[in-house]
Ligand binder design. Structure first.
Ligand SMILES: [Zn+2]
Ligand SMILES: [Zn+2]
Length: 222
C-alpha cells in the first residue's frame, strides 16, 4: 500500500478494518503496511480511548433523526469520535442520507459523445456534465500540475539524476513532521498555489532513491 494514501486515511481517523474493506485487504495486512511505513493508527486509539460507542445506541439516535452534533451531545463525546464510530458501523445520519439522495437526484443517464450512454450530473447554472468526462479532466489537471511542479523542482532525482518518467519521481518531504499531503497523489488537485507551497518543502527523488532514503541507506545530510 502507498504510504501517502495510508497516512491520509489514518489521519482522517479511518480504522484499519475499514481501510481493509476499502482496499480488499485483511485488517492484519493493513496493520503490516502501517508498521512497515512507520505510521501509527493513533486516531483510532484516541477514539477508542474512552471505549467504543455502542452500535445499538448509535442506531437509535440515528433513527431519531439526530445530527452529528446532537449525537455527540447525547453521548458526551467529540464530533470526530461520533463520526469515527458511525463510519465504523456503516451508519449515516438522516441528514447525510438526504444529501446523498439529493446528489443521486441530480444524476441522469444521457449520451456522451466520448463515453456513450452514461451518468451525467446536473450543474447549478444549468446543463449537464458527463461524470466520466469530469473525472478524466481531474486526472488530466492532476498530471499537468505534477508535471509543472516536477519541472520547477529541477525535473530530475536530486540524488541520481533520473529524469525519464515523471510518474517515477516523488516529492519527498525533507521534514516528515510537516508532511501535510502526498504531492504525488491526490494532493495536486488542491489549488496550484498550495501544492506549490508544499512542493517547496520537498526534494524530488525517484522511487528507488526514495526507498533507499526511507530505509536509511542514504543520508540526505540535510
Ligand atoms: Zn463523457
Ligand atoms: Zn534517484
Amino acid at each position: 500500500m502507498d504510504r501517502g494514501e495510508l497516512q491520509a486515511l489514518l489521519g482522517e481517523g479511518v480504522s484499519l478494518a475499514e481501510i481493509g474493506r476499502r482496499h480488499d485487504l485483511h485488517e492484519s495486512t493493513v496493520g503490516y503496511w502501517v508498521k512497515k511505513h512507520g505510521l501509527k493508527a493513533a486516531r483510532r486509539e484516541k477514539h477508542a480511548a474512552r471505549g467504543a460507542l455502542q452500535r445499538e445506541h448509535l442506531e437509535t439516535l440515528v433513527e431519531e433523526g439526530k445530527t452529528i452534533a446532537e449525537i455527540a451531545e447525547a453521548v458526551d463525546r467529540s464530533h470526530a469520535t461520533v463520526r469515527h464510530w458511525l463510519r465504523e458501523y456503516g451508519l449515516r445520519t438522516q441528514r447525510a442520507r438526504n444529501i446523498a439522495q439529493q446528489t443521486r437526484e441530480k444524476r441522469v443517464l444521457r449520451r456522451c459523445a466520448r463515453h456513450g450512454l452514461t451518468e451525467f450530473q446536473r450543474r447549478e447554472p444549468g446543463g449537464y456534465r458527463c461524470l466520466k468526462c469530469r473525472s478524466e479532466a481531474v486526472s488530466r489537471r492532476r498530471r499537468l500540475v505534477k508535471q509543472l511542479l516536477v519541472q520547477e523542482a529541477g525535473g530530475a532525482c536530486r540524488i541520481c539524476g533520473y529524469d525519464r518518467c515523471a510518474r517515477a519521481l516523488h516529492f519527498h518531504h525533507v521534514d516528515p513532521e510537516h508532511k501535510r499531503f502526498n504531492l504525488s497523489l491526490r494532493g495536486v488537485t488542491r489549488s496550484l498555489e498550495r501544492a506549490r507551497a508544499e512542493a517547496q518543502k520537498c526534494i524530488l527523488l525517484c522511487g528507488n532513491c526514495q526507498a533507499e532514503v526511507e530505509e536509511g541507506l542514504i543520508d540526505l545530510g540535510l
